[in-house]
Design a protein around this ligand. Structure first.
Ligand SMILES: [Zn+2]
Length: 235
C-alpha cells in the first residue's frame, strides 16, 4: 500500500511510529498523512538514499523496517471480558489462551504480556526484558489488521470489563486495579519515552477495554505524544 497526503488509516499510524522511531517525525500519532508526515517522509527518503517523492511505498517500507526492528512502540490496554466482582486468576487466563482447541485457544503463549487481577496484583506472563516476545497472532492487529505492529507492542489486561450480567460492557476496574494500571503506564513510559498507549477498541470494533483510553490517559496527566490520538480507526 502506498501512503501519501490525505490518507488516514492504521497504516499511517504505523508510518508515524516508524518515522518517530528513526527521528524524522516529531508530531502526534493520529493516523493521518498530514503535511508534517509528508515532510518527515521526504526527510527519511533523503537520508536513506531513496527517491524523494513523498510517497511511502514498498521501497520505503523495505528500507525503514529493519532500521526500527523490534523497538517497543505501543502499549495496548485490554480487559479480560469477565464479569464484575469475579476474580479470574492470571494463571487461568494463561491456561485459557494456551490450552489446545476447543477448550482453549491453542496459542503457544498467553496473548497478554501482563495481567492485573482485582486486588491490583500485576502478573507478568513474560518479563520486561522480553518485550519482543509477543506473537504475531495476538488478537489485536496481528490477526485482523495488516499493520504488523505486534512485534513492537506490549499488551496489558485487567480482569473484568463486563457488568455482572456477563454481557454489558463496563469499566469495572477496582481502585486497586486503577492504581496498578496508572503505575504500570508510568513505568513503561520511563522505560520507553516514545511509547504510544492505545485501547484495543481504537483498532478493532469491540468494547475492550470497556473505557476510552485517551480520556483515561489525559486524566492521569499523560502527554499527548504518548496517547493514540486517532480516536477509532479500523477497517
Ligand atoms: Zn482486547
Amino acid at each position: 500500500m502506498i501512503l501519501t497526503i490525505g490518507d488516514k488509516n492504521l497504516q499511517c499510524v504505523r508510518l508515524q511510529l516508524y518515522l518517530r522511531a528513526t527521528g524524522h517525525y516529531k508530531g502526534l500519532i493520529h493516523g493521518e498523512f498530514t503535511e508534517d508526515v509528508l515532510n518527515a517522509t521526504m526527510a527519511y527518503q533523503k537520508s536513506a538514499g531513496l527517491v524523494v517523492d513523498g510517497l511511502f511505498g514498498s521501497k520505503s517500507w523495505n528500507s525503514i523496517i529493519p532500521k526500527v526492528g523490534r523497538k517497543m512502540m505501543l502499549l495496548f490496554i485490554h480487559c479480560a471480558a469477565s464479569p464484575e466482582g469475579v476474580n479470574v486468576p492470571a494463571e487461568n487466563v494463561i491456561t485459557w489462551h494456551t490450552m489446545p482447541k476447543p477448550k482453549g485457544r491453542g496459542w503457544d503463549r498467553c496473548g497478554y504480556s501482563d495481567i492485573i487481577e482485582l486486588d491490583g496484583s500485576l502478573h507478568n506472563t513474560r518479563s520486561f526484558d522480553q518485550d519482543d516476545m509477543i506473537s504475531s497472532w495476538e488478537e489485536t492487529w496481528g490477526v485482523h489488521g495488516s499493520t504488523l505492529l505486534n512485534g513492537n507492542a506490549r499488551h496489558v489486561c485487567y480482569i473484568g470489563g463486563l457488568a455482572a450480567d456477563n454481557r454489558t460492557v463496563k469499566d469495572t476496574r477496582t481502585p486497586e486495579q486503577k492504581e496498578t494500571l496508572d503505575t504500570y503506564v508510568e513505568y513503561n513510559l520511563l522505560r520507553y519515552p516514545d511509547l504510544v498507549i492505545v485501547g484495543h477498541n481504537q483498532v478493532q470494533a469491540k468494547g475492550c477495554p470497556s473505557f476510552d483510553v485517551p480520556t483515561y490517559l489525559k486524566g492521569i496527566g499523560i502527554d499527548e505524544r504518548n496517547i493514540a490520538m486517532w480516536g477509532k480507526l479500523y477497517k
